[in-house]
Write a protein that binds this ligand. Structure first.
Ligand code: S3P
Length: 170
């Protein structure tokens, strides 16, 4: 049976990696986190890459990975928050499966990213909450084209059930 990919998009700290891993386990799909895979391949963290080569270098790696993953099946793909800003990535991934966009409130996003060890170079600002709001506003037209699932204040297992319902409906 064809197992189309399930792609989790959305802003940083919306739960893509946590839910992606749980969803893949539940469906017996292979789990891919695009940021982690890029880090493994280049032997550097995303933050180091941003610092040494700039954001554009990261976006190129993201694009070639999106094209590569779009050729495969049976994947749950948790994307970096900016991956779907590139229409080439969206086109390729849409052909391979279904994109669902996770959302959360700016305050919850800040709480989550502040407690994670992963450094988000785009949020290294004096006032990260304002930066989150600003980026969310900029990205809204892109994120809002996908089916949305709010993760604020919800239990991950309940969310996985909702994700399965959303992917079965499609
Ligand atoms: C980014 C999100 C990050 C990472 C990079 C850029 C973004 O991934 O790809 O720091 O542009 O939103 P997460 O969404 O997993 O934090």
């Amino acid at each position: 049976m064809l197992k189309k990919n399930i792609i989790l998009a959305g802003f940083m700290g919306t739960g893509k990696s946590t839910l992606g891993r749980l969803l893949a386990e539940k469906l017996d799909y292979h789990f891919i986190d695009t940021d982690s895979l890029i880090e493994d391949r280049i032997g550097q963290t995303i933050a180091e890459l941003f610092q040494e080569q700039g954001e554009a270098a990261f976006r190129k790696l993201e694009e070639s990975l999106a094209q590569e993953l779009a050729q495969q099946q049976g994947l749950v793909i948790s994307t970096g928050g900016g991956l779907v800003l590139n229409p080439n990535n969206v086109d390729a991934l849409t052909q391979s499966g279904q994109i669902i966009c996770l959302t959360a409130t700016p305050v919850e996003i800040l709480e989550r990213v502040s407690t994670q060890k992963q450094i988000r170079p785009l949020l290294l600002e004096k006032d990260p909450l304002s930066k989150i709001k600003e980026l969310l506003e900029q990205r809204l037209p892109v994120y809002s084209q996908f089916q949305q699932l709010s993760t604020t204040g919800k239990d991950p297992h309940e969310l996985v059930t909702q994700l399965i319902e959303l992917t079965c409906e499609a």
